[in-house]
Structures are given as structure tokens and as C-alpha cells.
Design a protein around this ligand. Structure first.
Ligand code: SAM
Length: 321
């Protein structure tokens, strides 16, 4: 296995640290600590006296983050786990409430670039895609075991791929599919290249199917919903911040809806004459529209292109999750 490359450019770093409104002595959680890029800038800005708890489910990422964050000594605590367990992790380490929480969603460059993890069709390798190597289900299990209609629905829902049925049919016809290369070539044969037009013209025909499988293998959307609710409950009180960087519209839509829901005083249906919901706003959206990376950043780091960053701020004392 090749040695992981620890160079990783954190996406929208300045915007993320500003979004967290980091201050000296504050307590922060990086729920996707990855290789520690955002975490090191956050903990540096929180000195003197600040502390940071970093969570990741990828043990290899944590090993790199731990080296990178070593200069901060006891101010940093790293925990292996899923961010959907953020409340349990923070409570277990006496790390609640907190002044800010960051989610930088998706895969790290380590996961994308490292041979053998199966996230990318740029190399031919086992079709794995698990962020946590101890998870049971791999992308190969889904591709080889799902019934054609279920596979098409998954590719449509999680990849927003309009050619999902054709792709699912081709996959089923080419089973067993064990490698990223076999999957990419089955898709290419089914739908050809380039794609139908617009943005799809510039995408490899396998891009959206790979995205769909990655989301399914890692249960990314369900875990995001759980994690946002739990994170909300950990915020220390008025002024505490929640920052989320997402990389596709399925994630961003969920973050937007969560922020909108908790920024409203009433969530009754619009035509209902009298409010009966008793809902009260607990958040204020700092970014009504998501922030996007600068041209300078995307020029240097093309992977930042699809990033969208949203910030919300607590306007109340701590709420129960
Ligand atoms: C884009 S990377 C984060 C990079 C990081 N901000 C940095 O500066 O290096 C996303 C990280 O989130 C982790 N991750 C994704 N889903 C997770 C989950 N449900 N629980 C914990 N970690 C998760 C991945 O393993 C990956 O390391």
C-alpha cells in the first residue's frame, strides 16, 4: 500500500474559521477532523486557553491528524467515531457545551488518492468505498447483490443520475463486478461519453454512480441528519456557531432545511390561520445563501469547486437535542 500523502488543502479554511467565530479560550468540535487542516487553524485561533475535540471514523486520517496537531498538546483531543454519535462522544469526554462545531463533509483527499480504498475510478482497485474499514458493507456488496430496480433507485436518488436505469441494467449484466475499473467500464459502455450535456458533459459518466455508491456505503445522508440535530443540542448558547461545508446538493439541501427550520418561530402549514406548533427559533442563519470558494482557491484546488459553506448561530441558551 502506498504511503498516504499528508498534504491536504483544507477547503474554504478562512471562511470556516471566521464562520466559527473562533475566540481565545473557546471550545470547538471538528466533527470531520480528517487530516487536521481546519482543526489546526481553529485551535491556533483559539489560543490562549482554547480546546478542540476532533472526530473521524477513518483511523488512517486520525493518525495523520494526530501528528499534525501534536504541537497543541492537551488542547486537542482526537476520538475515532461516527459524527452521528457527536453528543455521546462530547458528553463522554466532558466536552459540552461547545462554542462551535464544524462539519467538512465527504471524503478527504487521503481517501480519494490512497490506493486500495476504492473511492475513485482513476485507478483500478477493489470496489470498497468504506470510510470506516470496520464497516460491513462495501460498494462491491451493493453492486453485486442489489436487485436491478433497487440499484437504479439508489443511483437515481443518491447520484441524481438521470441514466440510472440504463446504468443499473448494464451493471447487472456485467456481474460480478469487483473493481472500480470494471464498474467504470460497465457504466461507460452503457451510457458512453461524454454525458447528456451541460454540466454532465464535463463529468466522467461514472461520477454520479460512484457518488451514489459512496453515499449509500457510508450512510452519509442519514448520519448527517442525526448529527445536525445532535450538534444543535451541544451549542453553548447565544453566539455559538454551527458551520457545514458540503460538496453536493443532496447534503446542502439538508443543511439548508435544517437551518431554516430552526430559524423560524412558527412551522405550521402556511394556510393555517392560527399557530398551534409552539415552535420557537433557536438559530439564526448567518449565510442565507451558501458561501462558495474563491476563484483563487478553486484555481489551486479544483476539488474545492463544488464546496458550499453555511453558518448558523445559536440565539438561545442551550437546547436539548
Ligand atoms: C473532507 S474530509 C475532512 C478534511 C478536514 N477538514 C481537513 O482539514 O483535513 C472529511 C472527513 O470526514 C470523515 N467523515 C465522513 N463522514 C463521517 C462520519 N459520519 N463520522 C465521522 N467522520 C466522518 C471522513 O473520514 C473524512 O476524513
Amino acid at each position: 500500500m502506498t504511503r498516504p500523502d499528508p498534504r491536504h488543502a483544507p477547503v474554504m479554511l478562512r471562511e470556516a474559521v471566521e464562520g466559527l467565530a473562533v475566540h481565545a479560550g473557546g471550545r470547538y468540535v471538528d466533527a470531520t477532523v480528517g487530516l487536521g487542516g481546519h482543526a489546526s487553524a481553529t485551535i491556533a485561533a483559539a489560543q490562549p486557553g482554547g480546546r478542540l475535540l476532533g472526530i473521524d471514523r477513518d483511523p488512517q486520517a486520525l493518525a495523520i491528524a494526530s501528528e499534525r496537531l501534536a504541537p497543541f498538546g492537551d488542547a486537542v483531543l482526537l476520538v475515532r467515531g461516527g459524527f452521528e454519535e457527536i453528543a455521546t462522544v462530547c458528553e463522554a469526554h466532558g466536552f459540552a457545551p461547545v462554542d462551535g462545531i464544524l462539519f467538512d463533509l465527504g471524503v478527504s483527499s487521503l481517501q480519494l488518492d490512497q490506493a486500495g480504498r476504492g473511492f475513485s475510478f482513476q485507478r483500478d482497485e477493489p470496489l470498497d468505498m468504506r470510510m470506516d474499514p470496520d464497516d460491513e458493507i462495501t460498494a462491491a456488496d451493493i453492486v453485486n447483490e442489489y436487485e436491478e430496480r433497487r440499484l437504479a433507485a439508489l443511483i437515481y436518488e443518491y447520484g441524481e443520475e438521470p441514466r440510472s436505469r440504463r446504468i443499473a441494467r448494464a451493471i447487472v449484466a456485467r456481474r460480478p463486478i469487483e473493481t472500480t475499473g470494471q464498474l467504470a467500464s460497465a457504466i461507460e459502455q452503457a451510457v458512453g461519453r461524454p454525458g447528456a450535456g451541460g454540466r454532465r458533459r464535463t463529468l466522467h459518466p461514472a461520477t454520479l454512480t460512484f457518488q451514489a455508491l459512496r453515499i449509500a456505503v457510508n450512510r452519509e445522508l442519514e448520519q448527517l441528519d442525526t448529527a445536525l440535530a445532535a450538534a444543535h443540542g451541544l451549542l453553548a448558547g447565544a453566539g455559538a456557531r454551527l458551520v457545514v461545508i458540503s460538496f453536493h446538493s443532496l447534503e446542502d439541501r439538508r443543511v439548508k432545511e435544517f437551518f431554516r427550520l430552526h430559524s423560524r418561530d412558527c412551522i405550521c402549514p402556511p394556510r393555517q390561520p392560527v399557530c398551534t406548533c409552539d415552535h420557537r427559533a433557536t438559530l439564526r442563519e448567518i449565510t442565507r445563501k451558501p458561501l462558495r470558494p474563491s476563484d483563487a482557491e478553486t484555481g489551486q484546488n479544483p476539488r474545492a469547486r463544488s464546496a458550499r459553506l453555511r453558518v448558523a448561530e445559536s440565539i438561545v441558551d442551550r437546547v436539548a437535542a
